[in-house]
Design a protein around this ligand. Structure first.
Ligand SMILES: *[C@@H]1O[C@H](CO)[C@@H](O)[C@H](O)[C@H]1NC(C)=O
Ligand SMILES: *[C@@H]1O[C@H](CO)[C@@H](O)[C@H](O)[C@H]1NC(C)=O
Ligand SMILES: *[C@@H]1O[C@H](CO)[C@@H](O)[C@H](O)[C@H]1NC(C)=O
Ligand SMILES: *[C@@H]1O[C@H](CO)[C@@H](O)[C@H](O)[C@H]1NC(C)=O
Ligand SMILES: *[C@@H]1O[C@H](CO)[C@@H](O)[C@H](O)[C@H]1NC(C)=O
Ligand SMILES: *[C@@H]1O[C@H](CO)[C@@H](O)[C@H](O)[C@H]1NC(C)=O
Ligand SMILES: *[C@@H]1O[C@H](CO)[C@@H](O)[C@H](O)[C@H]1NC(C)=O
Ligand SMILES: *[C@@H]1O[C@H](CO)[C@@H](O)[C@H](O)[C@H]1NC(C)=O
Length: 478
């Protein structure tokens, strides 16, 4: 290959070629870098992938006058499915097979004196890194919106990991103690659309959707890995699920201990990580994405309620609405809003599943779970007051951010930068409502008193929540 290049280039008479070749070769390899933590799907520590790289600053002449955020909880020790299905069996097997002398085995030698980072009791709890991530979001938001009034309430679904994320966020965001409350919304299986976990009240949603589809690529990419490891450590009998669990440990151990030997690129190469990531992207496509018929209907009520709050002229409206939930809801809201649609610039609705082939990676996909639902993944909708944005009328404009990257709305691009006008935003919201309204019917709700509308932000019976306070005060008083 290099020889061919050289001869072609010499035909072109490039005298400095040997030097040029060498330096371009070394520049090529020295600029390749790869961080597995940015390809870990739902186990990725929070990061901002700049996807797309448009500027998160307010467009020229615009000031944020309101905003609403929906955030997944921050980093946890391990979710119960990942722990029980992959991690615990691998750890148990590693403990059982104590006769293997790992210290002599290249790239697995760390297993000689490794210790498991997760116990069953810690499953699902927020880690220190998780608390840090959520607190940092609070601080970042205070920098982004210096003019907005502090909200009185922050909402969260009732699980401990979401609740603690909301508390850590409040500690980062409030300046004085005890000005912001956290309101817990019960994760009911009969809430209809009126909760921060509406998928739990949606019988048509199954948490195992996507497993079959993703198992195709999982088997394919783990095959050479199990073969390699079984060659290195005969007697352990590495399986597909062991390899999957080891790769998950890279993410979990990193958010528990700050680093993990499972992330070493000599153990799993960049291509192995990309294959793991794609396997998860296929799973989430069918689970909470465009491949699940019910995603948009479950995501719409939050989007509609929030868009209307932001557009409302009600004097009681808060400047800022922040809510915490689990990994399922933000992606379903993305579908309701048409974000990260692999077919946006071509292809029909019917062809969406073809964009996620089961037997090979579509590297050009927009739907990347590492960007869509890492720990603390957050969606923002902002309302701006713009005056003196050259070429645009003064007035109200709207913008969407995901993990701080602006997301142009496919049908609404008539404002400065990535924003959209108020009238454009109104018709866009109406268009999405027309596509996806009818939560109870589309979910096949089989219980009484369902609702298609999310009203918890304005429902006085939801209450004012509980004061947070600084952490040291909680210690002092307990
Ligand atoms: C580990 O050993 C115990 C006791 O022999 C056995 O019950 C268990 O199934 C083993 N687990 C694995 C994952 O091999
Ligand atoms: C290896 O593990 C698989 C799956 O657990 C099992 O079916 C198989 O019998 C094991 N093979 C050996 C040699 O232990
Ligand atoms: C995704 O994009 C395609 C092509 O523009 C469109 O037909 C389809 O409705 C979009 N899907 C959603 C859920 O917005
Ligand atoms: C995509 O596949 C899922 C699962 O098989 C199916 O339910 C859905 O209808 C398919 N979507 C389209 C647009 O064909
Ligand atoms: C928008 O900004 C202009 C100029 O700062 C100000 O006069 C106007 O009152 C603002 N409008 C709203 C709705 O905040
Ligand atoms: C449904 O709402 C009605 C009226 O509020 C109430 O009487 C009834 O008990 C509720 N049913 C269930 C199953 O919660
Ligand atoms: C959308 O929100 C408006 C205003 O709150 C409400 O009247 C309407 O019923 C909602 N529709 C859906 C489908 O959520
Ligand atoms: C919540 O706070 C508002 C305003 O501070 C107050 O009017 C209302 O009574 C409170 N509601 C409850 C249930 O405590």
């Amino acid at each position: 290959m290099a020889a061919q290049h050289r001869s072609l280039s010499s035909k072109l008479g490039l005298a400095v070629l040997p030097f040029a070749l060498q330096s371009s070769a070394s520049a090529l390899y020295s600029t390749y870098n790869f961080n597995p933590l940015e390809h870990l799907g739902g186990i990725a520590p929070y990061f901002e992938p700049q996807d797309p790289p448009a500027s998160p600053d307010a467009p020229q002449g615009c000031t944020a006058s309101r905003a609403a955020y929906l955030s997944r909880h921050a980093a946890i020790y391990a979710n119960d499915f990942d722990f029980e299905e992959y991690i615990e069996p691998f750890i148990e097997k590693w403990q059982n097979k104590s006769s293997i002398d790992w210290s002599k085995i290249p790239s697995l030698n760390f297993l000689a004196d490794w210790s498991a980072p997760i116990s069953e009791a810690e499953q699902e709890l927020l880690t220190r890194v998780g608390r840090l991530e959520a607190t940092q979001l609070g601080v970042d938001m205070s920098f982004r919106y210096p003019n907005l009034r502090l909200p009185k309430r922050v909402w969260t679904s009732s699980a401990e990991r979401t609740y603690k994320s909301a508390q850590a966020f409040v500690r980062g965001y409030e300046t004085d103690d005890n000005t912001m409350n956290v309101v817990s919304i019960y994760e009911s299986k009969e809430s209809g659309a009126d909760s921060l976990t509406p998928y739990k009240g949606c019988p048509a949603y199954s948490s195992s959707a996507g497993s079959d589809e993703s198992s195709v690529y999982k088997k394919k990419f783990t095959k050479p890995l199990t073969a390699r490891f079984n060659d290195l450590a005969p007697g352990f009998n590495f399986t597909t699920d062991d390899v999957y669990g080891m790769m998950e440990l890279c993410g979990y151990e990193s958010v528990i201990r700050g680093s993990s030997p499972f992330c070493d690129l000599d153990l799993f190469s960049p291509d192995d990580w990309l294959a793991w990531e794609y396997t998860e992207d296929v799973r989430y496509h069918y689970n909470v994405g465009y491949g699940n018929e019910v995603s948009g209907a479950v995501g719409l009520p939050w989007f509609n309620a929030t868009a209307n709050l932001l557009m409302s002229e009600d004097a009681d409206a808060e400047d800022l609405y922040v809510s915490f939930t689990h990994r399922e809801l933000p992606p379903m809201v993305f579908v309701a809003m048409g974000l990260f649609n692999n077919s946006e610039f071509g292809g029909t609705e019917a062809e969406i599943n073809d964009t996620m082939p089961l037997d090979r990676i579509n590297y050009r996909r927009a739907w990347k779970s590492s960007h869509v639902l890492p720990f603390l993944s957050n969606l923002a909708i902002e309302r701006f007051n713009c005056t003196g944005s050259y070429g645009y009328d003064d007035g109200e404009y709207y913008r969407v951010l995901v993990n701080s990257a602006p997301q142009p709305l496919s049908a609404c691009t008539d404002g400065p930068g990535t924003t959209c006008s108020r009238s454009g935003f109104e018709s866009y919201v109406q268009e999405r409502v027309n596509l996806f309204s009818g939560f109870s019917e589309k979910c096949g709700v089989d219980y009484d008193n369902s609702t298609d509308v999310m009203s918890l932000y304005t429902d006085s019976s939801v209450g004012n929540g509980t004061v947070v306070g600084k952490r040291y005060e909680a210690f002092a008083s307990s």
